[in-house]
Write a protein that binds this ligand. Structure first.
Ligand SMILES: *Cc1c(COP(=O)(O)O)cnc(C)c1O
Length: 372
């Protein structure tokens, strides 16, 4: 069986974790955490980075920083992972789900704009498959209506919009290092703060509502409880594991792009039964090879294709069950139909894409698809 995903292992993870065992800091915010923060701040120019124990935690920090009140509204795609919406609901906000665009699964200024009213406070975009949303249009809407923009950049490491790194455009952003993402620490994530106004509070929320980070920098002579917060920071073991992966990011990205291109060269324009490869990357975006997906004409045909591949030893997955019609949210949804979201939910199928996938395995998969 060719699995859908296999976590990448650089080879340095255990050595770095052993270093942590022999050091005097195993809790968070030590040597490896600082190396990881520095990597992102330098390579992508992010104003402030804070590792978290998951992408979900980073989104929760974003939502806390937005200081939402009950009745405030947050616009979120329905075609996304639960956490993009859950983080804001936990803060007591009302979530309004925007539809995906016609071109690709991302939400667009056209699907966002009709949802904006006096209660709207935040737009949360998801750069699906690492393909940028049209951020100039989103930021222009946000500016016009005085809204905050949160980028759920869980898929979007090392991806760009008009030359600007994703995660560095909105006021706040969240990355994930879950094992299914390009760079992983098993479970892990990172908050990015791009707007100076949120920098100080982000550190306090990160450290259980205390100003401990300032204390360690010698900026205050004792630390105490000064705000809300939680224990969002990961241990040095997670950071050490992550650092081993970050050191290899160019190698990982190069390999993933190679796999992506090999799929595309074999499949583009050559599939039957109305099956298409993923849409072309817009001019303003780059491809970070987070995923390679196909679009089937219907749910029935997707199920048939996935069964065919499974019977021939290839594991695939689909994405996402639309949040607006989920068991939890359907009774709270405002009733609007979200047809594009439903279409992607029914028709999209992801092919295996992981570092160790070999050319001959890719060729086996594409041969199966071409014979279908
Ligand atoms: C993976 C993912 C998350 C959640 O990240 P975790 O690290 O698993 O908590 C959030 N949003 C999107 C779009 C994701 O794909």
């Amino acid at each position: 069986m060719i699995p859908f995903n296999k976590p990448y292992f650089s080879g340095r993870e255990l050595a770095y974790m052993e270093e942590v065992c022999h050091s005097d800091t195993m809790s968070g915010n030590g040597h490896f955490t600082k190396l990881c923060h520095g990597f992102f701040e330098k390579r992508y120019g992010f104003r402030k980075c804070l590792l978290t124990t998951s992408g979900t935690d980073a989104l929760e920090m974003c939502a806390m920083l937005c200081e939402l009140k009950p009745g405030d509204e947050v616009i979120v795609p329905s075609y996304t992972f639960v956490s993009s919406a859950l983080a804001f609901l936990r803060e007591g906000a009302t979530v309004r789900f925007a539809d995906s665009g016609r071109e690709n699964p991302n939400i667009t200024a056209e699907t966002i704009a009709p949802l904006i009213n006096d209660k709207t406070r935040v737009i949360c975009v998801v750069h699906y498959a690492g393909v940028a949303c049209d951020m100039d249009a989103v930021m222009a809407l946000a500016e016009e209506h005085h809204l905050l923009v949160v980028e759920d950049a869980a898929h979007a490491i090392d991806a760009y919009y008009k030359g600007r790194p994703l995660g560095g455009i909105g006021h706040l952003a969240a990355f994930s290092f879950h094992e299914t993402k390009n760079i992983s620490s098993g479970e892990g994530g990172m908050l990015v703060v791009n707007d100076e106004r949120f920098v100080r509070r982000s550190e306090i929320l990160w450290e259980k509502g205390t100003n401990r980070a300032e204390f360690y920098r010698g900026m205050v002579n004792k630390y105490g409880w000064c705000d809300m917060g939680s224990s969002f920071l990961p241990s040095e073991f997670n950071a050490a594991y992550l650092w081993a992966q970050l050191e290899q990011i160019d190698d990982i990205q190069g390999k993933r792009l190679h796999i992506w291109q090999r799929y595309d060269e074999a499949l583009l324009g050559r599939l039957r039964h109305g099956i298409c490869v993923m849409p072309e990357t817009p001019d303003y975006a780059t491809n970070n090879a987070h995923m390679y997906y196909l679009l089937c004409p219907s749910l029935k045909e997707r199920t048939a294709l996935m069964n065919y591949l499974k019977n021939h030893g290839v594991q695939t997955t689909f994405h996402y069950l639309p949040l607006h019609s989920s068991t939890y949210y359907a009774p709270r949804h405002d009733g609007r139909a979200l047809p594009e979201c439903d279409r992607y939910g029914d028709c999209l199928v992801r092919l295996p894409l992981f570092y160790e996938l070999t050319d001959s395995e890719i060729d086996e998969i594409t041969a199966l698809l071409l014979a279908y």
